[in-house]
Design a protein around this ligand. Structure first.
Ligand SMILES: Nc1ncnc2c1ncn2[C@@H]1O[C@H](COP(=O)(O)OP(=O)(O)OP(=O)(O)O)[C@@H](O)[C@H]1O
Length: 504
């Protein structure tokens, strides 16, 4: 059978980095091909080459048997290749409908004016495909992060309307920001697409890759190191192939019980108008407390309120027994609170600056207060220590942060908070997003060490498994309020049904 896409001997270099080293790929008609590998192993570079974003330095690409050299994503799109990007590519000021058809040849412009009705109807059809209840005429800037991700998906699925015959759809980690119901809607689409499309799917969740893919390629340092068919492998083998070490199964029940710590953070009746109501919550020094909930559960807003990112917060917050007012991030940092936002790209990093400068940002702020001189050498040493600890892959700590792979950018933003000078409370919104399974294990170990050293950690978990392997206590949130709490998770892990029932 002729592959729809065949890459042979593809080499892609960036300054100081060999991102793809003579990679061969065959994508057959109507198959779903999974792509896994550690952060920085070359997965995005590979799909971006197929999508016309990158031009390879060497090697050949064939599309439906014919050699092609794609000079742009637009050209790829015209040939039926679409990509759902890891970093979102929508234009905030334009409507959902305009975004969906932005890069496609359409007849919505007629005699100098826009045929809005037609455009909105066509967009509605795309949104219905993914069961997305968003109005086509609202500006994208008014949507939440996960909704924007789903609009990205609708945008790519709309290629079906403009291209005859089979199409190629590339997903670069589409699920890392989605909740469970959105992931299920996405998977239904991927399976439906299987009847007329070939799909490449990148994900760090190995059970997910095995669930959706017919075949899996494993990349390591730009080299394709293994290929497996579904049914020939399992998550443990995939973990070993990509991380190069065995997956540790943790026995949480064996962990020694600690006495309940004195509360470091205590909130009473915390509210954010329209989003969070009457939350009482306590986090002790050395304790890891998790929040979990579906989209708009209020967990994210609660964390943002703690970092001073909401103006009108009601209720009280006490730190180490003293009532505090947090009017903005500077107040929060001054009080020893660190915050890792879910939208790291928009809020967590300064593109164009180096890894070292980004990591040192908050450390510098903490040290600079009260006229203290910032010790740059120590700053750099600390930054290097955390970069090492999280196995951040980069040519050097002086490299620009926006040139790193997505997962390594996440690590740099994480490191920024982990080295906070006078940190007492660390608030982590979905800390494992974008991290490969090995990096997750490294982060979990670092979080446990930090907690053992007395840091209080409040985190929003992506999955119950993640929460159970890490946290001491769990609060489930729904519609802005805590619906159920579980203590002493190590000794009494809750049943999944009980947690899910409290979430929905
Ligand atoms: N535009 C760029 N400029 C410089 N280097 C780059 C650029 N894009 C990628 N790289 C480098 O190429 C290598 C492969 O990156 P790539 O994004 O393909 O990895 P990945 O497997 O997708 O990682 P992740 O899981 O973190 O998303 C990395 O070392 C990265 O720093």
């Amino acid at each position: 059978m002729t592959p729809v896409v065949a890459l042979s001997g593809i080499v892609k270099r960036f300054p100081g980095v060999l991102a793809l080293d003579r990679v061969d790929v065959d994508l057959f008609p109507r198959e779903v091909l999974g792509l896994i590998g550690q952060n920085g192993s070359g997965k995005s570079s590979l799909v971006k080459t197929i999508a016309g974003v990158h031009q390879p330095d060497q090697g050949e690409m064939r599309l439906r048997g014919r050699p092609v050299r794609l000079s742009s994503p637009r050209e790829a799109c015209g040939l039926g290749i679409g990509m759902v990007h890891q970093e979102q590519s929508l234009v905030g000021a334009l409507t959902v409908a305009e975004n969906i058809f932005l890069d496609k040849p359409t007849d919505f412009h007629g005699f100098g004016w826009m045929r809005w009705r037609r455009l909105f109807d066509a967009a509605r059809r795309q949104l219905d495909k993914i069961e997305l209840d968003v109005a086509p005429d609202v500006p994208v800037a008014t949507l939440g992060f996960a909704q924007r991700q789903m609009v990205e998906l609708a945008k790519v699925l709309a290629i079906e309307e403009t291209v005859e015959g089979e199409i190629v759809v590339l997903f670069d980690e589409p699920t890392s920001v989605l909740g469970r119901s959105d992931i299920e809607a996405l998977f239904r689409q991927v399976r439906r697409l299987g009847s007329r499309a070939s799909v490449v799917f990148i994900s760090h969740r190995m059970d997910e890759v095995l669930d959706i893919s017919d075949r899996v390629y494993v990349l390591s340092d730009g080299v394709k190191v293994a290929e497996r068919r579904r049914g020939e492998t399992d998550p443990d083998e995939l973990y070993e192939l990509m991380v190069g070490r065995q997956r540790l199964v943790e026995d949480r029940a064996a962990a020694p019980r600690r006495p309940p710590p004195a509360p470091l953070l205590e909130m009473r009746g915390l509210g954010v108008p329209g989003r969070v109501h009457g939350v009482d919550l306590r986090v002790g020094a050395g304790e890891i407390v998790a929040l979990i909930g579906v989209q708009a559960s209020g967990a994210e807003e609660l964390c943002r309120a703690l970092f001073g990112l909401h103006e009108r917060v009601t209720g009280t917050i006490a730190l180490e027994g003293r009532s505090v007012r947090i009017r903005g991030p500077i107040d929060a940092i001054g009080l020893g609170i660190g915050y890792l936002p879910a939208e790291r790209k928009a809020e967590g990093m300064i593109a164009g600056q180096s890894i070292a400068e980004n990591i040192a940002l908050t450390f510098g702020l903490g040290c600079g207060r009260g006229g203290m001189i910032i010790d740059r050498r120590r700053e750099r040493r600390e930054a290097e220590r955390w970069a090492d600890r999280l196995r951040l892959k980069a040519p050097g700590i002086g490299e620009r942060i926006d040139r790193l792979s997505g997962g390594n950018q996440q690590k740099a933003v994480l490191a920024k908070w982990l080295l906070g000078a006078n940190l007492k409370l660390l608030v982590l919104d979905h800390p494992t997003r974008g991290l490969d399974p090995g990096a997750r294990a490294d982060l979990f170990a670092a979080m446990r060490d930090l907690a053992a050293g007395g840091l209080a950690i409040l985190m929003i978990g992506d999955t119950l498994d993640e929460v159970l392997s890490l946290a001491d206590r769990l609060h489930v949130m729904r519609d802005g309020a805590v619906t159920r709490s579980f203590d002493d998770l190590a000794a009494h892990p809750p049943a999944e049904e009980d947690v899910v029932r409290a979430m929905v």
